[in-house]
Design a protein around this ligand. Sequence first.
Ligand SMILES: Nc1ncnc2c1ncn2[C@@H]1O[C@H](COP(=O)(O)OP(=O)(O)OP(=O)(O)O)[C@@H](O)[C@H]1O
Length: 391
Amino acid sequence: MPFEFANEEPLSRVKVYVRLRPVQKPSPMIHVDDETGTVIVDVLKSSGGGPPRSTIEQSAFTVDDIIRTTNQQRAFEHCAKEYTDEFLNGYNATIMAFGQVGAGKTYTMAGDTKIHVHRGFIQRAIGQVMEEKRAHPEAGIVVYMSYLEIYEERMYDLLQQRSTDLMIIEENGLIDIRGLAKIRVETEAQAIKWFNEGEKQRSYGQHLLNQQSSRSHTFFTLYMERRVGRFHTEHDTIVAKLTLVDLAGAERLKKTNVERGGRMRKEACTINKSISYLETAIYALRVGQNYVPFRQGKASTLLKESLGGNCKTMIMICLWLEDCFYDETVNSLRFAQKVKFLKTYPFRNKKLDCATATKRRHLQQIANLQQEVALKDALQGRPGLSFDDLT
Ligand SMILES: Nc1ncnc2c1ncn2[C@@H]1O[C@H](COP(=O)(O)OP(=O)(O)OP(=O)(O)O)[C@@H](O)[C@H]1O
């Protein structure tokens, strides 16, 4: 569906929250300051020369806020509701969970599908959107949903019984998935039923750190179209999508103790590789490289818009502060530190007439070609060409 990008919108910063899984024995080397939203980590440094000695230095990681509550409604209202509001207002939004295995990503996004009070951000976002649809019949809100899994770098449609050939396509600069079912939903109950069916199809495994460990990345997306303004012409229609992402956790093979040569070890290696592709892309964005290697992995390709394009994005970093996970905690905090400086360019998406849509498409094609030239220059070690602004 062609739509317009209004260009007076300001930049938006990716917001980063930390959520702490309740722990028995928190690490004495990690200190949490709720007031300032800072996690301080003691780092042992050996000093050179003379008899071996170690000193303790501290690294501080500040995020937008730290969430300790196990109460899902409070966590949703504090961190995710505003992104669902933005979506209903015509902005693309992404809510994403990141962290080591067992840290609470799936608990945050999907929660416990059998216990109503423990339902996650996905079901709560569905509830909020469907309530808006019910409360504003004059807006003619139309909602679709899709549920995608990336397992071993292959994509599966969780809303269809049999797997189909899904393919990532880029059209008008926008990433989409050919073959992915988008199901129209009329009520909250209907949407939750579809979601629960999709959950049953997900790939889970059991290892030392998690009885029910997700072995894949999942992307749950709501699509909305609604009329705004007094006169309901096509120009008054806004469209947006809200994506809730549950990334599989990077894992240390020694700690999960998965069998050498077994299926779970292979899954873990693929997950670790895809997380490292994502980190590489984030690094390139952060330092402003001309070419950002999103396309190395499926998850990073699909997150292109969320991390640097037309989207308002929030990332929940889930931490498990047990002493034995010190290294994993520091890695997750380093990730938080990188993403919190990312900028996105969100626009309120309006449906367009045909001529404007064609002009936009051509401009986008030029921008894509310029990117390809930049990539070729980078690969051949030539200084980059510069281009005038597109008009
Ligand atoms: N904030 C929390 N409050 C209460 N329980 C939690 C919280 N976070 C995690 N848990 C519990 O910890 C366990 C592991 O959580 P979860 O499966 O969500 O981890 P994960 O990060 O998705 O792990 P994986 O990457 O292995 O899938 C679950 O039993 C979950 O209920």
